[in-house]
Every structure is written in structure tokens, then in C-alpha cells.
Ligand binder design. Structure first.
Ligand SMILES: NC(=O)c1ccc[n+]([C@@H]2O[C@H](COP(=O)([O-])OP(=O)(O)OC[C@H]3O[C@@H](n4cnc5c(N)ncnc54)[C@H](O)[C@@H]3O)[C@@H](O)[C@H]2O)c1
Length: 389
């Protein structure tokens, strides 16, 4: 928790109240009141045009204790997403903060009842689920935004600006990924029935988003994937929690802790990807984007969580000379990344504008993650097939 607080609350400047139209308060519900819901409620409390009216959790008493901890009064409580949506006809939006395997069902239920949705990352576990969510999104005409708060980081935005400036020429190869020497989570992250996917869904989706967003989210065509779980299943490396010893968590561990893939993207671009919750190295490598006119190196950080800690380097030629240009880190001045994410969702609801992080992009992120799992299970390369929505 302390780690999440440190990461998510590192930028604390408040949303400027005078710029927000408070003539009508948006009624918001929170579905799933676990760890990440804490960041959501803190941000909603910072929004002058929001009233959090309802909360749901499967665990009896959890939502009540959560709202008490955050000092939010007047909230109605429900035992699951279904009762919350059924009994709150005036809701403007919900934050879906459930574990990965419980993303699709509440999202579809909310959209089908005309409620706008901010859905935590990763989009879903499988591509099939994501497609069903997108069909509900289309039927409803409501906002559905996926919770990638690093999109609000100026350094991530700058990667896109550099790539889109043409400084790299035509992009043909990307190496990306990240990970931690030791950093296996516990709780609902490590079981297939709740997490569904491991490092891939937890941090892999961020690494993919950094580069795919920069190059305009081309469609993935084929993937040859690998995944393993040598660390999570070993009591030596498993992480104990309030309810389980390291031995017990090693026995519960049923997702990936490492994955690698070779992905072909539309536009003749190769994506070489690896992600790790634990390994015997400090990093699986920097992110490098190769183009015909230049290359960009983005130094590896502990994990892709919205923090960029070292400057990027642009490699190019000037009049036949090999030149390396340092692109300094941009200090973050605005509101926190979570406040930006929540504000973007609220503004899309109020203004009828597109979702800040649209499913039309993230479906490709999801298809790569799911493709890696399916290819790894089959032990061969597969084609990525994304049906019409
Ligand atoms: N954006 C970020 O920085 C970030 C960080 C951490 C986690 N996450 C994502 O947030 C999600 C939740 O993670 P977490 O660590 O908070 O998990 P968690 O297990 O702590 O909390 C999830 C809660 O959802 C509840 N729940 C499940 N199904 C429900 C349903 N149908 N109705 C009501 N409640 C339900 C569970 O009982 C649990 O209390 C995950 O998908 C994770 O990937 C995002």
C-alpha cells in the first residue's frame, strides 16, 4: 500500500476548482473497494463536481469500512455491482476497481444500464471478453475509458511527440518491457480465478501502452509468446501477506511472473517484448525504438507505473556525424496522475467527448497480452484475430 501511495500520489497539485463547472454534481459509484479504489476515492474527493453516492464489494462490510476510512458520508452500500447498478438509476458513472477476472461483467452490466464506466487496467483478461465489453459500449453510446494513468505523464506524452515529429523516420523495430528484480505481488493478483493473468496484465499492459501509444496503436497481426512462473511458485521468492505465508502464496500462485513475445504489427513493425515480476537481473532491458532516421532509448525503470526517472536519448546522424541528444526529463507540474485520469473521465461524461483512453486502442494492447497467453499455451506463433465490433 505504501508503495502505491508513494507512486500514485507523487504529484499533488490540486485540480483548479474555478475551472470546473459545479452547477450539477456527477453521481459516482465505486465497484470493488480494494487497494486501487483508494486512489479513485482520493481523486474523487478532490473533484468539486462529484458526489460519491454508492459503493459495492463482494466482501461483507468492506465497502462500509472503506468509506468510513476515507470519511465519505451518505454512501449507499451493495453486495455486488449488480445490486448497485439496479438500485441507483441516477448514476452518472462508476469506477470499476475489481480484480482482472471481474472487469468484463460489471462493465457490460453498467453500460447496458446507461452508466458511464472508468474501468481499471488491464482492459480484461481475454480478447473475447474485451470484445463483449466493446459491443456493450457501442450499444450504450456511453463513455468507457481504461485506467492508464501514465497517459497523463508529460514524459510519456513526450515519447509520442518525438516519434510523431518524424525525427526517427519510419519505425521498424521496438524493444520494450520492464520489470523488477523482486516484486511479486500477493493478494488477488496471483490466482488465476481473480488475477487471470500475472505480470502481463499488471505491468505488461503499461509497457505496451507506452510504445503503442507513441506509434499510433497499429494493429497486431501475429504473436509468438512465452510465459513462465518459476519465481511466484517458489516459496523462496513468493510474497507473504496478511492472510498467507510465503509457502501458501507460492502454492496459490497460478499466473505468469515472466512473459516474452515477438509481435508483428501492421506497418511492418516488429515488437520485441518482455515483462517480469521477478528475475535474476536488474532489468530485462531498456525500451528502444528504431527508425530509419534515428533511434530513441528510454531507460528502464523498476516497473512501468507512470514514473520515468531518467532522460531519454535520441541517436541520429547530422552531416555524417553520429549524434546523441539527451532529452531531459520533464518535471511534472500539474495535478496527480490519478486526478488527471479521473478528471478526464468526468469531462468526457460532461462534455460528451470521447473517452480519454479509448477501447479502440486498448483492444490491441489486450489482443497482444491474450495472444501471448494463447501462443504460449500452444507452443507456437498465432495470428491475432479481432472480430468486428
Ligand atoms: N491503475 C493502477 O495504477 C492500478 C494499480 C493497482 C491495481 N490496478 C488494477 O485495479 C484492479 C483491482 O486491483 P486491487 O489491487 O484493488 O484488487 P483488490 O483485490 O484489492 O480489490 C478488488 C475488490 O473488488 C471486489 N470485487 C470483485 N468482484 C466484485 C463485484 N462483482 N462487485 C463488487 N465488488 C467486487 C473484491 O471483493 C475486492 O475487494 C485490478 O484490475 C488491477 O490491475 C490498477
Amino acid at each position: 500500500m505504501a508503495n502505491a501511495d508513494a507512486v500514485l500520489s507523487q504529484f499533488t497539485q490540486a485540480i483548479e476548482e474555478e475551472k470546473v463547472d459545479c452547477s450539477r454534481k456527477l453521481k459516482i459509484g465505486i465497484i470493488g473497494t480494494g487497494w486501487i479504489a483508494e486512489a479513485h476515492i482520493e481523486s474523487y474527493k478532490n473533484m468539486p463536481d462529484v458526489e460519491v453516492v454508492a459503493a459495492a464489494d463482494l466482501i461483507p462490510g468492506k465497502a462500509e469500512a472503506f468509506m468510513k476510512k476515507y470519511g465519505v458520508e451518505g454512501v449507499r452500500f451493495y453486495p455486488s455491482h449488480k445490486e448497485l447498478i439496479d438500485n441507483e438509476p441516477d448514476l452518472d458513472g462508476v469506477s470499476i476497481c475489481t480484480y482482472n477476472t471481474a472487469h468484463a461483467e460489471p462493465a457490460i452490466y453498467a453500460l447496458d444500464h446507461g452508466v458511464n464506466v472508468l474501468l481499471e487496467k488491464p482492459f480484461t483478461v481475454t480478447t473475447e471478453e474485451a470484445i463483449e465489453v466493446m459491443r456493450a459500449e457501442k450499444r450504450s453510446g456511453k463513455v468507457l475509458s481504461i485506467g492508464f494513468q501514465p497517459r497523463g505523464d508529460e514524459n510519456m506524452q513526450n515519447i509520442k511527440t518525438v516519434v510523431q515529429s518524424g525525427a526517427l523516420g519510419k519505425i521498424y523495430y521496438i524493444q520494450t518491457g520492464g520489470g523488477r528484480r523482486r516484486g511479486i505481488p500477493n493478494s488477488t493478483f496471483i490466482e488465476k480465478s481473480t488475477g487471470g493473468i500475472g505480470a502481463l496484465g499488471d505491468i505488461g499492459c503499461y509497457s505496451l501502452d507506452v510504445v503503442l501509444n507513441a506509434i499510433g496503436y497499429p494493429k497486431p497481426l501475429t504473436v509468438s509468446g512465452y510465459k513462465s512462473a518459476f519465481f511466484g511458485t517458489n516459496p523462496k521468492y513468493a510474497t507473504p501477506d496478511k492472510f498467507h505465508t510465503a509457502e501458501e502464496n507460492a502454492a496459490r500462485f497460478s499466473v505468469d511472473d515472466f512473459a516474452a513475445a515477438f509481435v508483428r504489427l501492421e506497418g511492418d513493425i516488429i515488437l520485441d517484448f518482455r515483462i517480469s515480476w521477478a528475475m535474476h537481473a536488474d532489468t530485462p532491458g531498456d525500451t528502444i525504438i528504431f527508425g530509419t532516421e534515428g533511434a530513441l532509448r528510454i531507460p528502464s525503470t523498476d516497473c512501468w507505473n507512470g514514473t520515468f526517472t531518467k532522460p531519454m536519448t535520441l541517436y541520429h546522424d547530422v552531416a555524417g556525424n553520429h549524434v546523441e541528444t539527451t532529452i531531459p526529463l520533464i518535471p511534472h507540474k500539474g495535478p496527480g496522475l490519478f486526478d488527471i485520469k479521473i478528471r478526464g473521465f468526468l469531462d468526457a461524461i460532461k462534455n460528451g467527448t470521447p473517452a480519454p483512453v479509448p477501447t479502440s486502442q486498448i483492444i490491441y494492447n489486450q489482443a497482444i497480452i491474450d495472444g501471448i497467453c494463447k501462443s504460449a499455451d500452444l507452443g507456437r506463433e498465432i495470428e491475432i484475430d479481432i472480430p468486428e465490433i
